[in-house]
Structure formats: C-alpha cells, structure tokens
Design a protein around this ligand. Structure first.
Ligand code: ADP
Ligand code: ADP
Ligand code: MG
Length: 542
C-alpha cells in the first residue's frame, strides 16, 4: 500500500513515493495497542481564527477533546493513568504552554458547533427560538439571527428545518456563547456561497473584536482561505494515525496542500498537484450541440415557487457548471432535465440517456455496495473502471458494506460512482461536494473531469464549492431571483461572463495567488476589490 489508499492499490501502476508513514516520535495520544494515534495538536490563540485542513478520520475531534479537557492525552503510554503534568512538560516553551496552563487552572471555557447538524433535531425537541434562547450569553443573538437570515424560521419546530437552516441555527447558537475557545467543526455544509461568506465574517469578527480563540475545521478551500489567520494541515492514514502540523500561514498551507507536498515536514500527501487556470478558458470552437432547449417554466402549486429557464444550448462533451443561491431552482432544473419533472410551459423533447445524481441521495436498499454497482455496469471490477472510478472515489474499503449502513460521505461517493458508471449522453450531478472532506473533493473533482475527458461525456454540475466549479467547468449557468419565491436560470455563458454575473450579485471579487494562480476572495473594499469591481472583473485576471 502507498498510504493513500490504505488497503490494496486500486491502480495498476502507481509511483511509490514518500507518502505518509507513522512518525518516529511519541504521539500525543494513542487510544490503545494498534489503535489510532494522534501526533501534534493545534494551537488555539486568543484573537485569531486557526484553521485545520485535512481529511476526516485523522484525529481532529480527538485533538479538540484534548483541548477541551475531556480527554487527558497519554503521550502514547496507553497502559498508564494519564496526567496533564507530563503533557505540560512536553509543551513547555511551545505555543501550547499558556493554553495548557490555563486549562489546568480551569480557566478555559469551550463552545462547540458539531459537524453533523442533521443530528440536532434528534437531540433537541422544540422550536428554533427555544433552542437559541438558552445560548444568548453575549447578548448578540438578535443580530446573529438577522445576519444569518434565520428570522423566518424562528418560530418553527427544529425538526422542520432544512439542512442549511439547521447549519445557520447551529452557528448562531455557538457564536452567541461567551466562551474562551470556540471549536467549529465545518461551517459550510448546506450553505450557499453568500451564506458561507457571511458565516466566515461573523467568526472573524468574534475573534478580532472579542479576542476569542477560534478553531475551525473546513473543507471548502476558498472559505477556509478567507476565514483563517493561520492553518494546521492534517494528514495521515484515516483511522490509523493522524499528524497535525505546526501552524503555517494560510496562504502557504493551502498552496502546499494543493501542491501535495508539505515543505517543512518533507512529506508528500498526494501524488499530483492541483492547479488552477488564471485566465478564463479561451472561447474555443465549440463541438456540436448535444441539446438545444427552449425557454421553460415550472412552478410548484398555486403561488409557490416558480422557475423561469432561458433557452440555451449544451454542447457535446462540455462540463457545464451551475451556480446560484439556495432555494433558487437549481435542483428543479436538474429534475426537469432528468425527466423527473415536466415543465408547465416549453417542451424538453430530446431523447437522451441521462444519468442523474440527485442532491438528496436515496440509495438505502438492503444491498451491498459491490452488488449495487455491478448491477449498474458490466465494467464493474475491470481495471479501467477501478482506475477511473473505484480508485479515486475510494470505494475499495466500503465495497462489502450495506448501502443502508453508509455515512453521508460514503453514500455520496457511491452515488457519484453509480452515476458515472452509467452509459449516458448527459450526466447531471447535483451537489457532488456535499459531505465530502477536502481530500475526497479533490479526488472526486479529478475523477469527474478525467471521466468527462476520456469519454467525451457531457456533464452538468451544480455546486457551491467555487474551487470545484473552477476546476470542473468549461461554461457556467447562473441562477438569480428571490430564493423560495422565484428563480431565473440564465442561458449558459463563457466562464468569465458567468463568473462576473454570479459574483457581482454576491458583491465578491477574487484575486490570484501570485505563486500558484489559485483564486482568493478579496477583502471587501480593499484596493483590489474596488479596482476589480470598477473594471467588472470579479474572477479572472483582466
Ligand atoms: P476526525 O475528527 O479527524 O474525523 P477523530 O478524532 O474523530 O477524527 O477520530 C480519529 C480516529 O480515532 C478514528 O479512526 C476513530 O475511530 C478513532 N477513535 C476515536 N475515538 C476513539 C476511542 N475512544 N477509542 C479508540 N479509537 C477512537
Ligand atoms: P435549489 O436547488 O436552488 O436550492 P430547489 O430547486 O431545490 O432549489 O427549490 C427551489 C424552491 O422550490 C424552494 O423554495 C423549494 O422549497 C421549492 N420546492 C422544491 N421542490 C418542491 C415541491 N416538490 N413542492 C413545492 N415546493 C418545492
Ligand atoms: Mg438544490
């Protein structure tokens, strides 16, 4: 094994390089003999937002249990009764000394936002305002409720909220607390880009103006970049061991992560680098149209949501990115194209085989993953299928599990694999990044792009992760309107026009990292922000 795939190598030939191996030093904590070991700890720091970037299963929650004094680390001596004194000795003179001393004096209080907000209704039975009332320790709840846009659901029972609403309620509930140390385990799931940016700003304000220490795990790289002041990279072998590096600058940390090589640690964490195009793809001579569709309208019931779709053309073997706020009709459009809904006006009379991955995946039959996937394609198990699909989507380890036992991220990967395994004219993927950690996103993105190129496949991808859209899309379809009331889908545009259109609605501009060309969100009203807005260039270098 090379360390990335954990078990048997799904690639026929892989360059064996210096991939993560367990460190020589003593871990901070080891759960037991041959059990998971954690190396390194993040350093909470008053007045700053510290990010952690890395896959799930490498000990981020374990680290937070330690920093919250819920788990006394054993420094690898799992047989002995652990104590804080040896831990303090080990970290004396390091950035953690002050924190551990305060912890020992019981001076650190902690607030925490859980990773899986879907679980909240199982733990709390009541209305939004009842949940939030108990959290208002700083007297800022009203402001948080307004800025996070959850006023409309304030009197609703928690178990009727959508994922995006639950995420914002959970953020309000955590940020309203008056604590020293805040731990936020992912802030972006279910949120659209505007909501992600708002959440990032609220967190930064809390750190800066109230001098709090905030630790954030986040898998959306553009948001992490915007949000954090310093960054720990986490790597290792999920489930076996994890290493949390010393803090790096955010810019450097993300660049090294994308490059796949950590300089200080002399550690390769991925065989290939991820690279961005600084300039919009040139208007290429287009291939033949795959579909030309007319203007369409679709509404749900009387006076409920209505969607208007401007007619357009989708070209053979292009990847069309689809962006827009939540509740604006993106999934409705996907269902119209997939033939699951009929438009009220306009006709979709094309005869295409369409493979469709819905946003909400329902594949919990009592069937094993391997049986399910082999029922979809006769290529199942072939070396090409393994190289293109099973390998990058890391399915080897879950092949024998039942569909009904899969976690959100596992289900997403199986659903992407099932969709790409179909022999179709058009592949429609609704929010493929949901529930995936950063490493899985990088691999899924690469897999979708390579699949499209190798098979001349035409793909529509709806997503809120701007890096994923950037890496995947050849052109862009932008939605605007009023969420939950009416939506409008524009005709597909070139990347530059589409990004300008989309980002001007959000009032966000991106600059480019000088070294790597990676897009970075500008500070509002910074010199570059003002200059780019004036020039009407929101995303690509002029
Ligand atoms: P992350 O937050 O990065 O997803 P966790 O800290 O939750 O990672 O878990 C890291 C590893 O430690 C996992 O493989 C998990 O199964 C293991 N682990 C967590 N708690 C325990 C425990 N009490 N005993 C043994 N192993 C554990
Ligand atoms: P998006 O994918 O952009 O978040 P959707 O297409 O899922 O948006 O939904 C657009 C709007 O239509 C939302 O307000 C949603 O609540 C509403 N909606 C979606 N499906 C139905 C339905 N079957 N009946 C009534 N309203 C619906
Ligand atoms: Mg949707």
């Amino acid at each position: 094994t090379c360390g990335i795939c954990v078990e048997k190598c799904p690639f026929d030939a892989i360059e064996i390089i210096n991939l993560p191996t367990e460190l020589d030093e003593d871990p901070v904590h080891r759960y037991g003999e041959n059990a998971f070991a954690l190396y390194g700890l993040p350093v909470p720091d008053a007045g700053t937002v510290t990010g952690i970037l890395g896959p799930n299963g490498i000990g981020k929650s374990t680290a937070v249990h330690i920093l919250a004094d819920e788990l006394v680390p054993n420094l690898g001596n799992y047989g002995d009764e652990p104590g804080w004194e040896p831990v303090l000795d080990r970290y004396r003179g390091s950035g953690l000394q002050n924190y551990i001393e305060a912890l020992l004096d019981d001076e650190v209080t902690v607030a925490r936002k859980p990773q899986y907000v879907d679980q909240i209704p199982k733990q709390f039975d009541g209305k939004t305002n009842e949940l939030l009332a108990a959290t208002d320790e700083r007297g800022v709840l009203d402001e948080l409720v307004d800025r996070l846009g959850i006023r409309p659901v304030i009197d609703q029972p928690i178990d009727t909220l959508s994922g995006g609403e639950l995420q914002r309620v959970a953020l309000a509930a955590t940020l309203a607390r008056d604590r020293d140390f805040y731990f936020l385990d992912e802030i972006t799931p279910y949120l659209d880009i505007g909501q992600r940016v708002t959440a990032a700003r609220l967190i930064q304000e809390l750190a800066e103006t109230e001098d709090r220490a905030i630790l954030v795990v986040e898998h959306d790289l553009a948001i992490l970049d915007l949000l954090a002041d310093s960054l720990h990279i986490g790597y290792g072998r999920p489930g076996a061991f994890g290493v949390i590096t010393d803090p790096k600058s955010v810019r450097n940390g993300i660049n090294e992560y994308l490059k796949g090589y950590l300089t200080n640690e002399n550690m390769r964490i991925r065989p290939d680098a991820i690279t961005f195009e600084e300039h919009a793809p040139r208007e290429t001579t287009k291939s033949a149209p795959l579909v030309e569709y007319p203007s369409l309208e679709k509404s749900y019931g009387e006076g409920e949501f209505s969607l208007g779709v401007e007619g357009g053309t989708i070209y053979h073997s292009e990847v069309l990115g689809i962006v827009g706020p939540n509740g604006i009709g993106k999934s409705t459009l996907a269902k119209l194209f997939a033939g699951e809904l009929e438009p009220d006006t306009g006709e979709l009379d094309f005869r295409l085989d369409i493979a469709y991955k819905p946003q909400y995946i329902e594949i919990d039959q009592p069937m094993r993953v391997d049986a399910f996937l082999s029922s979809i394609t006769s290529d199942f198990g072939s070396s090409l299928w393994k190289t293109e699909i099973a390998g990058p989507l890391q399915l080897e380890r879950i092949m024998e599990q039942n569909l009904s036992d899969l976690s959100g991220g596992e289900r997403q990967r199986v659903a992407i694999a099932a969709t790409l395994s179909e022999d179709a004219d058009l592949y429609v993927l609704d929010e493929p990044s949901a529930h995936l950690d950063v490493e899985q996103r990088v691999r899924a993105t690469t897999a979708i792009r390579r699949y499209a190129e190798n098979h001349d496949a035409t793909v529509m991808v709806i997503d809120h992760d701007i890096y994923m859209i950037d890496l995947l899309a050849d052109r862009l379809m932008v939605f605007d309107g009023e969420p939950a009331v009416e939506g409008h889908a524009e005709t597909p545009q070139e990347m530059r026009e589409g990004m300008n259109d989309f980002l001007s609605d959000l009032d966000i501009t991106f600059r480019r990292d000088e070294r790597t060309g990676r897009p970075r969100i500008n500070k509002p009203d910074s010199q570059l922000d003002r200059k780019q807005k004036k020039a009407g260039e929101y995303y690509y270098a002029p």
